[in-house]
Design a protein around this ligand. Structure first.
Ligand code: NAD
Length: 475
């Protein structure tokens, strides 16, 4: 069997061997009882908990993630996901009897929920532990073996993730491969049975193309521009605070972060002031010295955000708040942009940082048109006290998920499917929905007593022709 922890950017041979081990084991993994699967998940959480401080150090070194947010958005997420799986797994796994039609007289039919086999889980850097382990929990619950590829951009956390996995699972159940694009590209050439990819829409397309070669099913958890639509009935201060929090948490590096905001023209200035006030309330003093304010993952990512601001300003936008930055320190201050030109790059690319464009509107119809003119977003946020307004927005704009009078928090639910639609993704994770992604629903039919079907086999005598005719009319 291959080593539990593979070297960084392992050779193709090592990855192939690790894959073969996972594939050999997957036949037995599929048959594990709910109890055995849960035992593994409990062990996973115990090890995550044991390495809690190491995870905090690693994420601080990777991108100065505050320890409290490691607890809240990484460790808590894993704990609650495992809890939801433990509660539902026996029910989800249970074969389900289904009824047959007339042609199935004398038979029984049922669905078996079987692990698909070997899963590949590729994760991004912005939640470097939970976006590896949350899909893994679903894969283990479903009875799959799994190869994990954490992001190379948060390498300190990736190492702790690899050590946690190696301490809990034998290498033929879960194997962690660390490396960049070349490593990921080789993994994509292997015949996995399911690929669960979280990352950008651009790479999502590469993953889907690679999956077509085997072929295998994919879950694509992608990103995009998630709009916020504020109605005049929304309470200004509370709305501004929730949006400011959702935008600045993780320094805006969240797939479902509010990307741009529509506010009624009459409220625009007051709203911008309220968001600015909320931003300074959340992160008082100098942000450079505020330990609660996170950094951008790499210099190039910070530089990209500055380019977006410069481009917007060169096309007429004003910086209503912030705008300062230190790309070398990977620090971008909380920033509000107003007066944007529609051809600014920031209105085309996913922002993925603490920069918030505010756009005034006169009529909801123009908002609907503007959002529907872009790819389907991962999240849609509506702030309103009027149910007619909320319904109108929900009915006229598609999105992966939606949240009313709050932002981002819907992602933490284990009862709601979480996933995109179109450009923002395919398939859903979390709770039972994650379990289903890694599960093959195998339909089984058993003929117990010969029924109508065998009576109607050739040769077609006049009597049989008549019975077929009657059956068609009767059905
Ligand atoms: P990314 O697509 O650049 O990288 C994601 C993973 O893919 C990494 O492990 C990386 O090594 C690998 N990868 C990169 N290029 C590859 C290639 N050519 N072939 C194969 N693998 C490759 O994404 P990122 O920068 O790490 O993360 C940011 C993006 O992820 C944003 O678009 C964000 O919205 C999205 N995201 C989505 C979710 C979600 O649940 N929907 C969650 C977090 C992030």
């Amino acid at each position: 069997m291959t080593e539990s922890i593979l070297p960084l950017s392992p050779s193709a041979d090592l990855m192939n061997d690790a894959f073969d081990d996972l594939r050999d084991r997957s036949k037995e993994q599929r048959l594990l009882s709910a109890k055995a699967r849960i035992k593994r998940l409990d062990a996973l959480y115990a090890e995550v908990w044991r390495r809690r401080d190491d995870l905090k150090v690693a994420m601080w070194e990777d991108f100065r993630k505050p320890g409290e947010e490691v607890d809240l958005t990484e460790i808590f997420v894993i704990k609650s996901e495992i809890k939801a799986v433990k509660k539902g797994l026996r029910k989800w796994m249970k074969p389900r009897r289904v009824s047959g039609g007339l042609a199935h007289l004398g038979s029984v039919s049922w669905i078996r929920y079987e692990g698909k086999g070997v899963a590949l889980i590729i994760a991004p850097w912005n939640y470097p532990m939970q976006l590896v382990f949350r899909p893994l929990i679903a894969a283990i619950a479903a009875g799959c073996t799994a190869m994990l590829k954490p992001s190379e951009l948060t390498s300190k956390t990736a190492q702790v993730v690899a050590e946690i996995a190696a301490a809990v699972f034998p290498a033929n159940e879960v194997s962690v491969v660390q490396g960049g694009v070349d490593t990921a590209s080789h993994l994509l050439s292997l015949p996995f049975n399911h690929i669960y990819f979280t990352g950008s829409p651009e790479v999502g397309k590469i993953v889907m193309r690679a999956a077509a070669e085997h072929p295998c099913s994919v879950t694509l958890e992608l990103g995009g521009k998630s709009p916020v639509i504020v109605d005049e009935s929304a309470p200004l201060k509370a709305t501004a605070k929730k949006i400011a929090w959702a935008k600045l948490s993780n320094a805006g590096q969240i797939c479902v972060a509010p990307d741009y905001i529509f506010v009624p023209r009459a409220m625009e200035k007051k709203f911008a002031e309220a968001v600015e006030h909320a931003m300074t309330e959340l992160y008082p003093g100098t942000v450079a010295e505020n330990p609660d304010y996170q950094r951008i993952v790499k210099d190039v990512h910070a530089a990209r955000l500055l380019e977006l601001i410069d481009d917007a300003v060169s096309k007429g936008a004003t910086v209503a708040h912030g705008g300062q930055s230190d790309a070398n320190a990977r620090l971008v201050h909380p920033t509000i942009l107003m007066g944007l030109s529609p051809d600014s790059k920031i209105m085309e690319e996913e922002v993925f940082g603490p920069v918030l464009p505010i756009i005034p509107y006169d009529d909801l119809e123009e908002v609907v048109k503007a959002v529907n003119g872009r790819p389907v977003p991962l999240a849609l946020y509506i702030y309103s006290k009027r149910s007619r307004f909320i319904d109108r927005v929900l009915n006229s704009i598609q999105s992966g998920g939606a949240s009313i009078n709050n932002s981002v928090i819907h992602v933490s639910s284990n009862q709601l499917p979480f996933g995109g639609h179109g450009n923002s993704g395919i398939g859903s994770g979390h709770g039972e929905y994650g379990f289903r992604e890694f599960t093959h629903m195998r339909g089984v039919y058993e003929q117990r007593v010969d029924g109508a079907a065998s009576l109607l086999m050739p040769p077609y005598t006049p009597w049989k022709t008549k019975v077929i005719d009657r059956l068609l009319r009767w059905l």
